[in-house]
Design a protein around this ligand. Sequence first.
Ligand code: B3K
Ligand code: ZN
Length: 877
Amino acid sequence: MQVKKRLDYQAPTFTIDNVNLAFDLAPDATHVTSQLTVSRIDPNALDELILDGHDLALISILLDGVTLNESQYDLSDNNLIVRRLPACFTLTIVTKIEPQSNTALEGLYFASNTFCTQCEAEGFRRITYYLDRPDVLSVFTVTITADKNAYPFLLSNGNAIDSGELPNDRHFVTWHDPFKKPAYLFALVAGDFDVLEDVYVTRSQREVSLQVFVEKGRLAQANHAMDSLKKSMKWDEQTFNLEYDLDIYMIVAVDFFNMGAMENKGLNVFNSKFVLAQPESATDEDFFNIESIIAHEYFHNWTGNRVSCRDWFQLSLKEGLTVYRDQCFSDDMTSALSNRIKQVNVMRSHQFAEDASAMSHPIRPDEVIEMNNFYTVTVYDKGAEVIRMMHTLLGDKGFKAGITLYFDRHDGQAVTCDDFVAAMQDANNYDLSLFSRWYSQSGTPVVTVEQSYDNEKRLLTLQLVQNTPTTSAQPEKHPLVLPIKYECLDVDGSLILANEDQGNGVVVMSTESASITFSNVDEASIVTLFNGFSAPVKVSQHFTPAQRLQIIKLSQDDFVKWEAMQGLFIQAAQHLTDHHITLSDQSLVNHTLHDFLQLHTLHAWMDENMSKPELLAELLSLPSTESLLQALPQRDILQLHQAKRAITLYLLHEFEILFLDNYLALIDSTPVYAYEQHQVNNRRLTGVLLQLLAHLPQHQHLTQSHFTHSNNMTDTLSSLKSGQLANNDNFNLMMDKFSQDWGHDTVVMDKWFSLHATVERDDILSQLTLLQAHPMFSIENPNKVRALIGSFAFFNVCGFHATDGSGYEYLTNYLMKLDSVNAQVAARIITPLTQWQLHIPERQALMVKQLRRLLDNRGLSKDLFEKVSKSILQFEE
Ligand code: B3K
Ligand code: ZN
């Protein structure tokens, strides 16, 4: 299969100034007439135009109004080539497509009685022949014609400039988008909806009409999305001076969608899961996600749409930056502490795992077979960490000056990551040339820290060494620039500055080794480094449990307290697995951990801090099994999973009464639901305590009463997650009740599928098969597949990693079916199987055996081929 390389980039030789599209919509046969005004950029370049096209039936092609016959063009599976062209010309191409059979959900598809498009990255070529690349920017005018009764709303980008009735109950609307854009930002939606309307007045007093389109009957669930949009618009004006540019902003919620949402110019398309919300049906987490994804897509209007990517290797230019922007927005709207912890958990559980796998790539990849495989945690989340580091290095003012210069220079262009770094650098007169290695080097650096003390000079020295493990694509790795936020706590808790600190609380490391020193300090002072995860690295620094407890009590930074607690949990898991102490003798676990961790010494502190639910909820959440596996490699995942349970029981052994009292106090004062931070924090702690307590048989009844008294989806879900632990008749009754209450709501039922898929039970595989026959399940709906099969593969540790390999085999069988329906979704769900590197040899063999079965499969998609072949190759190395 064809590999595309970043360094092979060549500028286009033709440009398309105007595109006129006419769609005659019908589910089984849609005709697309595309009129392109083309000019040759370089008169000396070849006079042949190579257009991209995929799965299209070509009906006709006209050059300046004259029909071309078959000898005048070449047609292949992926291209239409026209030769001997003048310098400027008009090309009119008519194609026919079949939206209803398009289950890949790329290009134009028809599902749930709605026509919808998804063009990023390379979907536009499934609609018509085109220069489907992000550096060809054109003005689009689009006319949509369809049946009036079935599709009363006909939407596309920009402003509606004409509309009217046609014979045979058909109608049309013409849209014009004055902003030049690449084809991946084109969108079309046709269907019947309820519309929530509002107006936003911009800073410069322009009125923007806002519209949220949802499935009929769901208008009441659109308010939160609308509020989120208005908050985002205001925030971007206030924070980055960025104002919206068109007169209308539309958001459409659809049930069939490959990912979260898409930032098409003026017409965002959203997975309905990230629009629809009301307290009864959506959790606090859903409310949070909706607000942040609405913001993310809105922010793309500047970082992505006004300034776009030159080629797809530059994807992080828009995604890393926009994720960083939505993270800052969420910090201002919600809790900065839990947001940061969530982000760090994603990095540690998923991005580090990707970096350790054969899919390891720099945030600006060098080689791609299927672009859709590179919408990854690396490009998005590590990309955002790289932007965050620039913010740390340049300071808030400097960073914003850089953003302003970036737009001054590049508005209306398609540019590269280097252009972004150059703007940051030039605006600040700060040399970022070494820093930009973060764009080209893959892998997770490991920083080892050794501490020493000079008694006479009272000098504390930390010696740091960084090392990035090599990868097959990059046998040589170089040192990276690491901004280090730190805290040095004297014995009494006072803060001490490092000698290397220039006054901004940061020390910058840019060589393989470096030292950080503190003068005039006590030997017992404790230094924590990379606070707030100030660089995306793994840190190896030894602390005793007593030091960690000291940090929890004395640190002035809640994130640092959380890190210390996570460190204690990891140490506990290490201790238990090293000494082969298991759940089967819980009293031995309790004794051992009591002596080793001494968590009981935190009792008074914890009691006091129960009034800080936000911090306590984080502190009492154990690391995910995946991040334990990252921290403690070469161990069996099932053993670590069991160790987590043992540690939970030990926590209860020390704090049962405290947890119970506080749980009861919290539920005693439950207010009327509002999505409001104070309440969110309390509900979060309540849920965490409930899930801890449910580990003890004597408290399992709490689950049932929590469920019965719940008046919101957050509490309902907390009850069901706790109920999963017992997995008894009670749990089944609650699940039945849930499906009776919510059987009509496809978005809510995804939670039900996912809960079923993550129960630890011996017959989980036959359960999964049974659930696939459920009337609401469909292999063609990505949300359903993710909820059931995805949840199983990602989150059912015991089921998926069953020692006999049956979980791996089950997933593989499913992927074989799914690949021909929707390869993009299949390539996402395969992730846990391609991360065999994390596991013990026996498990690796079982996983690779299944990967081989997939590769032997004839007609494997590009998407799966790229991941599976790389993964097997690495195994054989
Ligand atoms: N830009 C889209 C993602 C497109 C994914 C294509 N496979 C959503 C986003 O990041 O905002
Ligand atoms: Zn994005």
